[in-house]
Design a protein. Structure first.
Length: 535
């Protein structure tokens, strides 16, 4: 298979979540934008977001307080400039969404100090999370997709998975990407002045996750292979409360349930969070997830319980209609019964290292949204600070790309066509499925909420063996999406383990029993690919 087609566009955006669609809409005013999605346009973490978007909207709240809460959750590792940038631009980004018509829940009654309802989540000292009931992501996605579909300057390519970035001959600039059209099984090269990675996170590296199938760290792996640095990859966030049920393992029970009064209990009814933190059930996620993990291990439990039954049935139905319906499907009526919950992999705090405009190490390449590490989240993301990061960094990257068009862009060298004349069709795709299972099990068992040097070393060795097999398979066979994603997940898992091994302390989401203390000085973990190892 060689490139069946070559496409040219001004800006290639890889990903159709909040980050990708936001920047596409902003840039399409002056440029032609092509947006790729490896599944349907709506599939991605954005679609499943529940709690909402953090922004200082209430007149009694303050940007200083949002900054303080973000820093506190981030355990001393947040980049102050990124935090200040996001906290101060968040309200402007929300205004744009309201103007686009996102149907946020309204505040009703005399006590309202802002027209829309603001909920609370762990680590926030004010109500500052704007939301559309418990289906914020769905409402956002529907609004954004309607807008991009109507735009004459945007070409949408769903079911197209990017394989790798294309660099110029000197390997100094990104000039586009090779892309597999999954429906036709053909590879395109897409030539672009600027490429934006908006490919989401990598939580599918873990056996149990709240994330959809798209979260396979493709952008991080592609950027790494292209020579970009990655940052803070050891900080994978585990959401404390995913539904525990044999028929539904990846459904999230929003932190807003605890924000509105939900209490975590042991099977005997004991509320245990007061033992761990003065903020009890509303402590930051790393603390709550570790507490649940500890209680489950101590008492030999399969799960703990989240109790919102003390709220009125009307309140529950108004605020949590999606959670109510989904739990009812598996026989749990949350108005009367406690919800069985366990922690699950939820968010990749690290990612492709960028500056405050989403610019990566490589000219012509930007990374925004969950795939990027901007410095905002430090060692642990504050709840509902992700969607807002995607919005603010879409604006910052847009400004930098517009500036780029005012300078001379050296992009005259067309991409080399994709060449797969030396590979054959795979006969045993089952090998890929086995490697997927093994990788996700290894990451869950050895690189989870609590780590040790021995577990990390074991994971490193297993991942190395898997990578050898996967790379051989990749170089001998025609590409298909399962293989591409596995190759990326294995790469990202290696980066997570290497980063975890470099950190000789416990901080935020990274908890290592061999180094239980936190060092005085907080330093990011930055990995740079070795030049001679690049493909
Ligand atoms: P995504 O929305 O994940 O989109 C990634 C896109 O990239 C998809 O279109 C995918 O198809 C595409 N893609 C990936 N790889 C490729 C490739 N190789 N080629 C082509 N396309 C590719 N955060 C909050 O702030 N508030 C919340 O309430 C909240 N709730 C959440 C609830 C759940 C269940 C989950 C899973 C996450 C939640 N988060 C929340 C986190 C937040 O939703 C995500 O971090 C955010 O949506 C990420 O947006 P994104 O645009 O970076 O990526
Ligand atoms: C949630 O609703 O609990 C998810 C919020 C987030 O991940 O920020």
């Amino acid at each position: 298979m060689t490139s069946s087609k070559s496409l040219k566009t001004d800006i290639l955006v890889i990903g159709s979540g909040i980050a990708g669609l936001s920047i596409a809409l902003k840039l399409a005013k002056n440029h032609h934008v092509t947006v790729l999605a490896k599944a349907s346009l709506s599939e991605g973490s954005t679609h499943y977001a529940q709690g909402g978007i953090a922004a200082v909207l209430d007149p009694f709240d303050s940007i200083e307080s949002h900054i303080h809460d973000t820093d506190e959750a981030g355990a001393g590792l947040c980049d102050p400039k990124a935090v200040e940038l996001v906290a101060s631009h968040a309200a402007g980004s929300i205004k744009e969404l309201i103007e686009m018509g996102v149907p946020f829940s309204r505040c009703e009654g005399e006590q309202c100090t802002y027209p829309f309802h603001l909920t609370k989540e762990g680590g926030h000292s004010h109500r500052r999370v704007i939301h559309a009931a418990d289906h914020t992501g769905l409402s956002l996605t529907e609004t954004l997709i309607k807008k991009v579909e109507q735009h004459s300057n945007i070409t949408l390519l769903p079911e197209h998975i990017s394989i790798d970035l294309i660099l110029n001959r000197q390997r100094s600039r990104c000039i586009g990407a090779y892309v597999l059209n999954k429906l036709e099984n053909t590879v395109y090269d897409i030539w672009a002045d600027f490429t934006v990675l908006a490919t989401g996170g990598a939580s599918k590296a873990y056996l149990y996750t709240s994330n959809p199938d798209t979260s396979t760290g493709d952008g991080i792996a592609m950027a790494w292979r292209a020579g970009c640095s990655v940052e803070n990859m050891e900080f994978n966030q585990f959401h404390p409360t995913c539904l525990f049920h044999p028929n539904d393992r990846s459904f999230l029970i929003s932190e807003a349930v605890r924000g509105e009064g939900g209490i975590l209990r042991l099977p005997n009814g004991t509320a245990f969070m007061k033992k761990y933190d003065s903020r009890k059930d509303l402590a930051p996620r790393d603390i709550v997830a570790r507490a649940i993990d500890q209680e489950m291990k101590k008492h030999g439990l399969d799960c703990v319980y989240l109790d919102i039954t003390h709220k009125s049935p009307e309140f529950i139905l108004e605020h949590f209609p999606t959670i109510y319906e989904r739990c009812l499907k598996v026989g749990i009526d949350i108005r009367k019964q406690q919800i069985p919950v366990v922690p699950a992999a939820h968010y990749t705090c690290g990612g492709v290292a960028t500056d405050l405009h989403g610019q990566t190490d490589l000219e012509g390449l930007y990374a925004i949204g969950e795939t990027a590490c901007t410095g905002l989240h430090g060692a642990n993301r504050l709840a509902s600070n992700s969607l807002v990061e995607g919005l603010v960094f879409a604006e910052m990257a847009k400004q930098s790309i517009e500036d780029g068009y005012h300078k001379e862009i050296n992009n005259t060298e067309a991409p080399k066509p994709w060449d797969s004349s030396h590979v054959t069709d795979p006969q045993e795709k089952i090998l890929v499925a086995h490697d997927w299972d093994e990788l996700r099990r290894v990451m869950w068992d050895y690189v989870g909420i609590v780590r040790t040097n021995k577990r990390l070393q074991r994971a490193r060795q297993r991942i190395k063996n898997l990578q050898k097999e996967i790379n051989e398979y990749y170089h001998e066979h025609t590409v298909h999406s399962d293989l591409l994603e596995l190759r990326n997940l294995a790469q990202v898992s290696e980066l997570m383990v290497k980063s975890a091994q470099k950190r000789k302390e416990s901080r935020g989401l990274h908890y290592n029993l061999d180094y239980p203390n936190t060092l005085k000085k907080a330093k990011p973990t930055i990995l740079k690919p070795k030049k001679d190892k690049r493909p």
